[in-house]
Design a protein around this ligand. Structure first.
Ligand code: C5P
Length: 323
């Protein structure tokens, strides 16, 4: 069976990857850039319900709130939005989003015609520099939240301050700290410098909700992936896609994810908006994508036909899971 057919069943292993991707993976394992040392268990037999309960308990949404050093001394308690992200979309203690869409940037979404369906959701999450303009038929045009990695803030190529992509939406940025989550070390040497641009943007646009994910949130998500995988996964943070899916599970009653697990339109085209081909974008080299996707397939409650035809996975929001 092909890698994608194996993903549809939720059984994956690194041997299914091409020799080039296997080598890239091994190189990341030996480089261990973020000094990951995992002490937890590795089990692979949890039921979907047990997995969901573990995610709900272990992956509690957390953003930088300015109450820890070095951010406290830098005055971040007043710089970050006054309403925490987990409260931003709540009314009378209930999630205001019944149904949400997570739209990945995979090339396979091209010619899907999913745009109308995506826009019917109460909230839509998109990633990084993925545009809607010119692609509405396939990806829709509504954007509620955009998750951006630190390269978007740091690299002038993305025109973070001027591009309309980043306006009128809630922004959630992230950058990997060392695995031990030393915030001083992180502030002194992030992967890409997001702190300066963040401070500047907050001062210029104090009314736009804009958060930075706490690095411990990112690494606790990684722990969930490793803790439920027998093989050693890449010691690098999960992809923005995985982070976004779990974020929406914390904010919505139901989450529909598009083209994360590839449909039958599967292609090596990396992004729907760029002419760049690399299977690593879908199957992973730096990020533990293959394992993330297998985990998400294990908690999919949608029919197999949605997966194949639409590349669509349906997940329960954490508020609806009774543990
Ligand atoms: O590349 P980028 O991180 O901006 O894409 C957003 C997310 O979409 C990725 O983090 C990944 O989870 C998902 N993706 C994918 N397959 C692709 C491209 C992106 O699963 N070919």
């Amino acid at each position: 069976a092909s890698v994608v057919q194996r993903l549809w069943r939720g059984h994956v292993s690194a041997d299914m990857l091409s020799p080039r991707l296997q080598r890239a993976m091994k190189d990341y394992v030996s480089a261990n850039k973020h000094h990951v040392s995992y002490k937890g268990h590795r089990r692979s037999a949890l039921s979907a319900k047990e997995l969901l309960c573990q995610m709900k308990a272990q992956a509690q949404l957390r953003t930088v709130d300015g109450l820890e050093e070095p951010f406290l001394s830098l005055g971040w308690a007043h710089l970050v939005p006054s309403i925490p992200l987990e409260k931003l979309f709540r009314q009378q203690d209930q999630s205001s989003f019944k149904s949400c869409a997570v739209v990945t940037s995979a090339g396979a979404i091209l010619r899907s015609g999913l745009g109308k369906e995506i826009d019917t959701h109460d909230a839509v999450l998109r990633f990084n520099a993925a545009p809607t303009e010119g692609y509405e038929r396939d990806v829709g045009n509504k954007t509620t939240i955009r998750i951006i990695n630190s390269q978007i803030l740091a690299n002038p190529r993305h025109r973070f301050n001027t591009s309309s992509i980043y306006k009128n939406v809630t922004l959630v940025a992230w950058d990997p700290a060392p695995y031990t989550v030393n915030l001083h070390k992180w502030y002194a040497s992030p992967d890409y410098n997001l702190f300066g641009p963040y401070m500047e943007h907050r001062k210029l646009h104090p009314d736009q909700p804009f958060y930075i994910l706490h690095p411990s949130y990112v690494w606790r998500l990684w722990d969930v992936i490793q803790g439920n995988t027998h093989e050693n996964i890449q010691p690098n943070p999960p992809s923005s896609g995985f982070i976004g899916i779990l974020l929406m599970m914390a904010l919505c009653e139901k989450v529909h994810v598009y083209e994360y697990i590839p449909s039958m339109r599967q292609t090596d085209l990396c992004h729907y908006h760029e002419r760049y081909y690399d299977a690593a974008c879908t199957l992973g080299a730096y990020h533990p994508l293959l394992y993330e996707k297998s985990l998400i397939q294990r908690i999919n409650v949608g029919p197999q036909s949605d997966l194949k035809r639409k590349g669509r996975v349906t997940l329960p929001g954490f508020s609806t899971v009774n543990c």
